[in-house]
Unconditional design. Structure first.
Length: 131
């Protein structure tokens, strides 16, 4: 039996690797591979809700699950805006990004940002999550 902590950490590790594969893709097959891996490793919602259910009691259950729903909703709003803003950086910040890998991979920066956030979440989980 595998506990919840390893499942969450494995999912976050996959969510750190998959967007880099997607951002570096030069073919549709590699892009599908990156997105498929991200979908495979991104099944942490149920485990997160179970983990949260064990952390809260009757007095703060509504607040805990309400906060989780708020965070998910904010992620659905902020994520696409941030990703769109960071795409094709060689065109909007040529001083920093022109002549770099971002010329040939215009969607690498938003995917690297996503990967860095996943690495940060993995580190927080590694340090603070208990089984």
């Amino acid at each position: 039996r595998i506990g919840r902590r390893p499942v969450l950490l494995i999912g976050l590790a996959g969510s750190a690797v998959a967007p880099v594969i997607f951002g570096l893709a030069r073919s549709i097959r590699v892009a599908f591979l990156g997105r498929g891996l991200d979908g495979f490793f991104c099944g942490n919602v149920g485990v997160t809700k179970t983990y949260l259910g064990e952390l809260v009691d009757e007095t703060n259950e509504a607040r805990g699950f309400g906060s989780l729903a708020t965070c998910f909703s904010l992620g659905l709003i902020i994520g696409p805006m941030l990703g769109g803003s960071l795409s094709n950086p060689a065109s909007w910040a040529p001083m920093w990004f022109s002549g770099t890998i971002f010329d040939s991979h215009p969607y690498l920066l938003p995917n690297l940002t996503y990967a860095c956030l996943a690495v940060f979440a993995w580190l927080v989980g590694w340090i603070f999550l208990e089984e």
